[in-house]
Design a protein around this ligand. Sequence first.
Ligand SMILES: Nc1ncnc2c1ncn2[C@@H]1O[C@H](COP(=O)(O)OP(=O)(O)OP(=O)(O)O)[C@@H](O)[C@H]1O
Length: 316
Amino acid sequence: MGKHMTEPTDGLAIETTGLTKRFAGKKTAVDDVTLDVRRGEVYGFVGLNGAGKTTFMRMLVGLARPTSGTLKVLGSSRLTNEVLRRVGTTIEKPAFYPGMTGRQNLTLLARYTGMGVADIDASLKTVDLAGRADDKFRTYSLGMKQRLALAAALMGDAELLILDEPTNGLDPSGMAAMRDLIREQAASGRTVMLSSHLLGEIAQVCDRVGVIHHGRLIAVGTTGEIESKYGARPSLVVTCDEIPRAAVIAAELDTVEEVREQADGLLVFAPEDAAGPLTSALVAAGVTVRGIRPNQRSLEDVFLEMTSDTVAERQA
Ligand SMILES: Nc1ncnc2c1ncn2[C@@H]1O[C@H](COP(=O)(O)OP(=O)(O)OP(=O)(O)O)[C@@H](O)[C@H]1O
């Protein structure tokens, strides 16, 4: 803490220490998250649905009050209007009117938020909507709707963009267009924090990613660092029935380091030669084993492994 208070924070766009949000009667949504986002970087905040991404981002822009911990946005620990004016966000999607055009919607929003209408054309051009700006919102594709929300976030010439799931629901070409847009924002000097429930979808666009699981930040690094740190452990994919019981049996074998339950079987962290003894143990216990193979992992697989529950977590 003292360190953060005495050091200049010019290099950081977002800085949180032990940030926590607990909703009454619920599990902790954001649990002791300490992270920083450097100025000029694209930071991916990745976690499964319900991991706590939106709640974290809402606290960054003053939409939710932290239960404990501290935060700094653009060097300020007070989220004044002056600070928030420099932050563009798509956390709360603007309620666009379907019967109005894209341009009319942005004009209304600019008036409502006190922003200059001069930025509208530039924003529409940036998100590649200039050609459809005078068409009604209801005629837009999902990708165009997401891009209009981004245009709204860009209008105030924000230094920092906080984008909640900007690629959600887009088809591959829409996603690629959104990724290009995000990179362009970073190239023009903005800082971008974006969230996603798919690491593979945003990996290419991010300088660093933070992985959040059950409200906790469980890994931070470049995607290369995360892949080599978490992807290097040998593991076996077991397709079987009676998954909870099979997990307990697998965990008892000496060469097995860890067992995670998956939709149609187990992910067992063990050397390849554990496959024989593991199959025998499962079969002897009456479990039907339909397949067992060494795990070849993509970056997305590594992420899913990191965010699947261990047997201990499921029993907790
Ligand atoms: N206002 C609220 N009141 C009570 N619980 C909440 C509230 N907002 C979020 N939660 C809970 O906090 C947890 C984290 O939710 P959050 O929306 O932050 O996750 P997320 O990672 O953004 O997921 P998603 O991608 O599904 O939005 C969830 O268990 C959710 O049910």
